[in-house]
Write a protein that binds this ligand. Structure first.
Ligand code: LRH
Ligand code: MN
Length: 465
């Protein structure tokens, strides 16, 4: 292990040591027997050289902001530490170009293997120090060599977050179909196939060191009268209980809800209330997972978050943004204020709801036109910005103003935080954890996409949506 060279004039108290091999940008890592050629790995020298381009601008901006925040009583070091501790899982199914039913525009240099995908998450994590986990979708990402995959992930400081089951696509080995549902299906043999699949996904997760399962069901109907709502919900409830009981004692079950798509009349687990009811039906380690895109227009998601935290049943998030439906757009690209209000409830809840475990932070996005890695870098930035702004909210002042029923003052307190440009705090957090001050600028000036194309070719296609 080589000492991480101290970045220029970084703030010593916020220093974070990270296990990094100081090696050339493209390397052959013979220490990992299973890999003849190691994919690209960003190293300290490269990032240091990159940061030297931005440090002169960053430092005065950071000190100006830090001083003005400390005058307001903000513990700036605490905010930065919390930003450094925030680790958001990258979805394995969103490292290539996504598509819609109207087509898919391939992105060159896409990861064609799970190894490639983990390497891409490694690049994002090296640039941001906030993407220290990957969330796999099974069967899209079944490892061929579990030890090699775990070695590669560990060498990049990447953990395995929740594993996702898939009972919305028929598999070649199946002699039945999920066309009319999986865990809700009127045919018990189809329910059994779906349950068995979830148990196999748990096994895969156990081998990788994951400790949570996310279940999202496409189950529902397309026409009035097509499905008996109560029977479908009862079947789903029983099936989930079966899966829950089969989980190791230290595992969590995340039940993800969605109002519609791919079924367009009804969805069995359509909203947070149904998910909460099913989670309570399963047991203590079952929770509701909130995908921001899974709400009907103008739904007050921050109120749902507050309610779930009060119940101790907020399991985690799939962060993305949307204008209309489940658009899976870049986080914070359409409704950044809504994202801030959600994080304000999270900060309040993490302070006042000790009964709710620390939520699992994950992105769930799909990239139709942007470079997938740039899109994910922007999403991580937006999540950190909303969190940092929420950490600046004068929670005591807000509660006092709420007691006084002073709506004007409440808004002033919230928007004072929201209207603070917190990016210098993110930059300092990255600088002090040996990541890139400007991840996207560095991603581009290091020409990483072209390097990936050189290694993988123009036509590789990533598995996933
Ligand atoms: C469903 C969903 C779910 C995943 C899938 C890839 O819309 O959000 O989380 O399984 O996307
Ligand atoms: Mn999702």
């Amino acid at each position: 292990m080589v000492e991480w060279p101290t970045p220029l004039s970084a703030n010593p108290s916020l220093q974070q040591q990270r296990p990094v091999d100081v090696v050339p940008l493209i390397e052959f890592d013979i220490s990992l027997p299973s890999f003849k050629k190691m994919e690209m790995k960003l190293n300290a020298e490269i990032l240091n050289e990159q940061n030297s381009r931005f440090i002169e601008t960053h430092k005065p901006e950071y000190h100006f902001l830090a001083q003005s925040l400390e005058k307001k009583g903000v513990q700036v070091n605490d905010v930065i530490k919390k930003l450094q501790e925030l680790q958001v899982a990258i979805p394995s199914w969103a490292l290539g170009a996504g598509g819609t039913r109207f087509g898919r525009f391939s992105y060159q240099g896409e990861p064609a293997s799970l190894e490639n995908k983990i390497s891409d998450v490694g690049i994002i994590h090296a640039l941001t120090n906030t993407a220290g986990a990957i969330s796999l979708h099974i069967p899209w990402d079944i490892p061929k060599d579990y030890n090699a995959i775990k070695e590669l992930a560990a060498s990049l400081d990447i953990k395995f977050d929740a594993v996702n089951s898939n009972t919305f696509q028929d598999q070649p080995s199946m002699n039945k179909s999920y066309r009319f549902g999986s865990l809700c299906n009127t045919d018990s043999s189809v329910r059994e196939i779906a349950i068995q699949h979830n148990l196999e996904v748990i096994d895969t997760g156990k081998k990788l060191g994951s400790n949570s399962l996310t279940v999202w069901l496409a189950d529902g109907s397309n026409f009035p009268g097509q499905q008996n709502f109560q029977e479908a919900l009862q079947n789903t409830k029983e099936s989930l209980k079966h899966i829950y009981k089969s989980m190791p004692d230290d595992w969590k079950l995340f039940i993800e809800y969605k109002p519609y798509e791919p079924n367009f009349y009804s969805t069995v687990i359509q909203d947070w209330g149904t998910s909460l009811m099913l989670a309570e039906g399963c047991g203590q380690r079952a929770y509701t997972l909130v995908d921001l895109g899974h709400h009907l227009p103008n739904t007050n998601i921050e109120q749902i978050v507050a309610t779930l935290m009060m119940k101790g049943k907020l399991g985690g998030f799939h962060f993305n943004d949307s204008k209309y439906g489940d658009d899976d757009l870049t986080v914070g690209s359409v409704k950044p204020y809504a994202l801030f209000l959600i994080w304000n409830e999270l900060v309040y809840g993490m302070e006042n709801n000790p009964n709710n475990p620390s939520p699992a932070w994950m992105i769930d996005a799909s990239h139709n036109i942007k470079d997938p890695l740039e899109d994910l870098l922007q999403s991580l930035e937006a999540i950190q910005i909303a969190y940092a702004q929420a950490l600046l909210v004068d929670q005591k002042g807000l509660q006092e103003a709420q007691k006084q029923q002073d709506a004007t003052l409440c808004q002033e307190i919230l928007q004072d935080a929201y209207r603070t440009d917190v990016r210098p705090l993110l930059r300092e957090a990255r600088l002090c954890s040996s990541a890139a001050i400007e991840p996207i600028a560095s991603y581009r000036s290091l020409n990483i996409r072209n390097q990936l194309i050189k290694e993988r070719g123009l036509h590789t296609v990533a598995s996933g949506l």
